[in-house]
Design a protein around this ligand. Structure first.
Ligand SMILES: Cc1cc2nc3c(=O)[nH]c(=O)nc-3n(C[C@H](O)[C@H](O)[C@H](O)COP(=O)(O)OP(=O)(O)OC[C@H]3O[C@@H](n4cnc5c(N)ncnc54)[C@H](O)[C@@H]3O)c2cc1C
Length: 415
């Protein structure tokens, strides 16, 4: 790779004056030492300007890839350019797995954990929770390792690129496992909301897909660890064939359904490895509310469902268990993420986001760090009780704000 100019969705043109592609950690350290403003970019899949900078961008794409499994400690050490698509088959072949994956496997693992990327499952925390240690080039150019249990650890994993350049991660592993995916159609909305906890807890990972029209939830996608013979499911009927997350669309590139067993990395995401194009075709937004508020939040969104169109393509509802990350969108309480895939039209998207944020306001939503939102910075910042600790950590590791950009200045520092 020799240049980078846009994010994946191609609506954020990076303002960086230069893009560096170091081929060794030593070269990376030298670039960091001599720069005044820098930002690292991963696979560019974030939908806002979180990865942009007025200084220079660094991509770790040309660094050597390494994946070192340590069976004794049940961990894997990876370099920071590795994507879930590259990592998962290697782990699987060696008898190991990650506990969960996002909807597509194309992100770098570091880029994903930096923004608290998640899958679904009542017992599954976001993907940052699998990080056991990270290696970081800080603003001085020095290498620092931060391990689980260290005082700074909860502030260092989900750090939005604001602490330095992560060069390697150590991730927890679990023994490899199979998943059986079943899809159900047309669940009555009231049945879903009245039985929300039972429904979301009915499989290892549950996603609801809906386009918020009428009195139904379009689909429930269940990912089980054991066979799950089709039967009526909360008023929904078993899908007669393979489904797409978007109602009435052909299931292009989706992971296999109909209860056919498959390995974890070919069922936990909704899209198969290699199925998603290299250039984006949609916008995305997502908000997290505490699990206890989710049924009321479902009703609040239903009350405004007609106003979500024409911007809305499809919405996904997922469950994420609580964690302790200072900037985690799932910190402190089990949460439900309300995701919205949106047409590429900023005027109608902005109007829809205002409607969504107003509807969810009573539930103090936290926006996904890597997706689109219109909420003022003071509201975003008010959702993070440990923000002051993060400020102190960032200022200690990066006293001149080398790794801060306009997004971090606005939404993390309130500047
Ligand atoms: C089609 C699609 C589907 C998606 N599905 C999901 C989903 O299922 N669940 C979900 O939660 N999100 C989802 N997202 C959002 C996505 O997970 C996040 O935007 C994620 O951060 C993208 O990872 P990336 O490698 O592209 O990172 P980038 O977007 O390139 O960067 C994200 C952040 O990580 C920082 N960063 C990257 N590399 C490093 C490094 N080496 N050191 C320090 N900081 C670094 C960047 O500075 C930036 O702040 C989806 C996005 C798309 C486009």
């Amino acid at each position: 790779m020799t240049t980078i100019s846009h994010n994946w969705a191609e609506h954020v043109a990076f303002g960086a004056s230069a893009v560096h592609f170091p081929t060794s950690v030593a070269e990376l350290q030298q670039i960091v030492r001599s720069a005044t403003k820098l930002r690292v970019v991963g696979a560019r899949h974030s939908f806002n300007a979180i990865a942009d900078t007025s200084g220079a961008l660094i991509s770790l794409h040309n660094l050597p890839r390494s994946i070192e499994i340590d069976a004794a400690s049940k961990t894997v050490r990876i370099d920071a350019g590795v994507t879930y698509a590259e990592l998962s088959p290697v782990l699987d072949a060696a008898g190991w797995a990650l506990f969960n994956l996002p909807s597509i496997p194309d992100f770098t693992v570091v880029g994903a954990v930096s923004t608290a990327t998640h899958g679904s499952g009542d017992g599954n925390r976001n993907l940052a929770s699998s990080v056991a240690a990270l290696e970081l080039v800080t603003a001085s150019g020095d290498l620092l390792t931060i391990r689980r249990g260290d005082a700074d650890f909860d502030g260092a994993v989900i750090a939005l690129g604001a602490l330095g350049v992560v060069t390697a991660l150590t991730l927890d592993l679990v023994p490899r496992f199979d998943i059986y995916q079943n899809v159900y159609h047309h669940l009555p909305f009231d049945t879903v909301v009245d039985n929300f906890d039972a429904l979301m807890g009915s499989a290892y990972s549950v996603s609801l897909f809906t386009h918020w029209q009428g009195d139904i939830v379009d689909q429930a996608w269940l990912k089980h660890r054991a066979p799950n013979p089709p039967a009526p499911f909360f008023g929904g009927r078993a899908a007669p064939g393979e489904s797409s997350p978007v109602w009435n669309k052909e299931p292009y590139g989706t992971t296999a359904q109909l209860g056919v067993p498959g390995t974890w990395y070919d069922r936990l995401p909704h899209a198969r490895i290699g199925a998603i194009p290299a250039v984006g075709y949609e916008f995305q937004s997502e908000y997290f509310v505490s699990r206890a508020n989710a049924p009321a939040a479902m009703r609040a969104l239903k009350a405004v469902q007609d106003k979500l169109h024409p911007a809305l393509v499809v919405s996904e509802v997922r469950s994420v268990a609580a964690d302790t990350g200072w900037l985690s969108t799932n910190a402190g309480a089990d949460s439900i993420g309300f995701h919205f895939s949106l047409e590429r039209d900023w005027t109608s998207v902005k109007a829809a986001l205002l409607v969504i944020e107003t509807a969810l306001a009573p539930f103090a939503p936290r926006p996904h760090w890597g997706k689109l939102f219109v909420m003022p910075a003071r509201e975003v910042m008010s959702r993070y009780p440990r923000l002051g600790d993060f400020h102190a950590l960032a200022t200690r590791l990066d006293p001149t704000g080398k790794f801060r950009n306009a997004f971090v200045d606005e939404f993390v520092f309130g500047a």
